[in-house]
Design a binder for this molecule. Structure first.
Ligand code: OAD
Length: 243
């Protein structure tokens, strides 16, 4: 296709770690198979949190501090331009727990795997944004609502249910164009959204450095770095320039 979107087209975007790679945040399944020198199962499961909360907390505090050092890249910015053009017909679903989409200016945004900026109380359910200096040390943060001594990262770990799935499934089933950017297609249910979009008749576009696991389901696949490809693609989609 690679032509301007039709007027009124409903567009759903799914992003993964690849879109933040050019901002300096390492992806999960990088070639060494480690995430910032840890096995995912050692730091990203509820069992890891029960077994070794100090390791998990220290790991996420490191990821949270890293947010202060990174900035959105041209791929995040291109999606902001797309949203300005599409208005309410634009929905961005991200698997990323960083805040680079919102810092770039994306508005209609769902964080299906949680957010690094936030902490949650397992006792009372309170969710707080806690990014000031005192909350970024390796000390645990207590819940101000119920007094529990240890908030957890507001992150969806393996074996936990992603957030807002009903809204996500509905939007994907109803969209006219589905675009997946920077995601390996390994982790479900996110990886299954492409199949839903395809089955419901959406035009499916993929943008990724390597062909992802589910590449055969795309109608259109653009191989390369999101920060390099996406600004031009968005210009074509919104009718600013021919490819
Ligand atoms: P992955 O690390 O599995 O995949 C990142 C994908 O981005 C790979 O296919 C890379 O080829 C691609 N990539 C790397 N650099 C890129 C670039 N500059 N431009 C475009 N693509 C690039 O990350 P996700 O698919 O996001 O879950 O992983 C899904 C989930 O698994 C994550 O949300 C996380 C993880 O465990 C939780 O934390 C629950």
């Amino acid at each position: 296709m690679n032509e301007p979107f039709e007027t009124g087209a409903r567009v759903v975007i799914l992003t993964g770690a690849g879109i933040s790679a050019e901002s300096g945040i390492r992806t999960f399944r990088a070639s060494d198979g480690l995430w910032e020198d840890h096995r995912i199962e050692d730091v990203a499961t509820p069992f890891a949190w029960m077994r070794d909360p100090e390791l998990v907390w220290g790991f996420y505090q490191g990821r949270r501090r890293q947010l202060l050092e990174v900035v959105p890249n041209p791929a995040h910015e291109a999606l902001v331009e797309l949203e300005k053009f599409l208005g309410d017909n634009f929905l961005l679903i991200t698997q990323n727990v960083d805040d680079l989409h919102s810092r770039a200016g994306s508005k209609n945004l769902i964080h299906m795997h949680g957010e690094l900026q936030k902490l949650r109380c397992e006792q009372c359910g309170e969710v707080v944004v806690a990014m000031d200096e005192e909350h970024l040390t390796d000390d645990y943060v207590a819940c101000t609502a119920c007094g529990d001594e240890r908030l957890r990262p507001h992150i969806v770990w393996f074996h936990e249910m992603p957030l807002h799935m009903r809204e996500i499934d509905q939007a994907v089933a109803d969209c006219d164009v589905f675009i997946a950017i920077g995601t390996s297609g390994h982790v479900y249910p996110a990886a299954g959204l492409l199949g839903i979009a395809q089955a419901c008749g959406a035009h499916c576009i993929g943008i990724n450095l390597d062909p992802p696991e589910n590449v055969a389901l795309f109608d259109e696949f653009h191989q390369g770095k999101a920060g390099e490809l996406l600004p031009n693609l968005v210009n074509v989609w919104i009718g600013v320039e021919e490819e």
